[in-house]
Design a protein around this ligand. Structure first.
Ligand SMILES: [Zn+2]
Length: 344
């Protein structure tokens, strides 16, 4: 990574931290934005330095309106809405900071995985655990989660209270794509995942109803009382890619090939065998393919094929260059590839 690249990442990290602070943390925010202003001037010496007040108002503007594309890592959208950090803001924090993001998820998942590997029915128990997370973006506090006890994973490491700004008149509105509470205060309502915006579209308020722009269907509200949501890192790195994993499994099954999710307690996301040869797939759904590329380039090389969503097909070429000799495909490409393997 060159110094422009690493300083651009540092700049993103500073403005994201500033956007995540509570409204009353003025001094901390001032300090972060002061550092961001200095760094931005270093990156763009030909432009006049930005004032802290200017940067402060930029937090609620789409990044692409005020930050050069060289410094954005492919992110688009605003970091704040009505003084609250947006899901995009949280996604950037998770994707650019491994310690709070995928490393933390890996640790939780790894603990369960290690334990399951020592248990007689561990393979099934592990699959049940992963499937539960994908199917439960939100849970009721009084729901019995007894299956977690033998896996030694605490409820609080998986779920957290739903933030107040996602609750309206005591109700939450769950994303039809992933089941997580949506960001209801935005003009274009969604859960914040590009995956879901592509899969189920966005939603808008019509009087007191939240309505799908694509299908005109009304999203039913659910009482927020006693409800908890999956933590943002698990939602980002387990639930959302899990939706791609399920779609790949179904697509491959339709070709007449049986594909297994998380085989041998998570040796891969998906595995199938054709003509005595075994193939492994890993599904990755990141906001920034550039940061995904950096993540992949820093992890040990395996012959697992990486699969990304179709809506990111335009970034495949750059990702390939970043991660050679790793094989990376879009969902459609992957299914065409499996079809070809079947015809051999
Ligand atoms: Zn969603």
């Amino acid at each position: 990574m060159d110094s422009v690249e690493s300083n651009a990442l540092r700049l993103l990290s500073l403005i994201v931290k500033a956007a995540q602070l509570d409204a009353h943390q003025h001094a901390e925010r001032h300090d972060l934005l002061r550092q961001a202003s200095a760094l931005l001037w270093w990156l763009e010496p030909e432009s006049p330095p930005r004032t802290i007040a200017d940067l402060r108002s930029c937090l609620s503007l789409p990044l692409e309106q005020w930050l050069d594309s060289r410094f954005r890592q492919g992110y688009q959208g605003a970091l704040q809405f009505a003084d609250e950090p947006t899901m995009l803001c949280n996604a950037i924090a998770l994707e650019t900071n491994p310690r709070v993001g995928w490393e933390r998820v890996q640790q939780i998942v790894k603990n369960v995985r290690d334990l399951c590997r020592t248990r007689p029915r561990g393979d099934d128990e592990y699959r049940l655990f992963r499937m539960f997370l994908i199917e439960h973006g939100v849970v009721d506090a009084d729901r019995s989660l007894d299956f977690l006890i033998p896996l030694q994973v605490s409820f609080n490491s998986l779920y957290e209270p739903i933030p107040q700004h996602l609750i309206r008149l005591g109700q939450v509105y769950l994303c039809p794509g992933c089941g997580w509470p949506m960001e209801i205060r935005r003009h274009a309502v969604s859960c914040g995942a590009h995956w879901c915006e592509q899969a189920v579209g966005i939603f808008q308020w019509m009087d007191d109803d939240l309505v799908s722009v694509r299908t005109a269907k009304v999203i039913p509200p659910h009482p927020a009382k006693n409800k908890y949501r999956l933590t943002p890192p698990l939602w980002t790195f387990t639930l959302i890619p899990g939706l791609l994993e399920l779609r790949l499994r179904d697509g491959i099954s339709r070709l007449g090939v049986s594909a297994e999710l998380w085989p041998d307690v998570d040796q891969a996301d998906l595995r199938f065998t054709l003509d005595d040869r075994t193939y492994s797939l890993d599904a990755k759904v990141w906001h920034s393919t550039k940061n995904l590329g950096q993540h992949l380039a820093s992890t040990p090389l395996t012959d697992t094929v990486i699969v990304i969503p179709d809506y990111q097909t335009q970034y495949l070429h750059t990702l390939d260059e970043q991660c050679l000799p790793r094989q990376i495909m879009s969902e459609s490409q992957c299914l065409r590839w499996v079809k070809k393997l079947c015809q051999r």
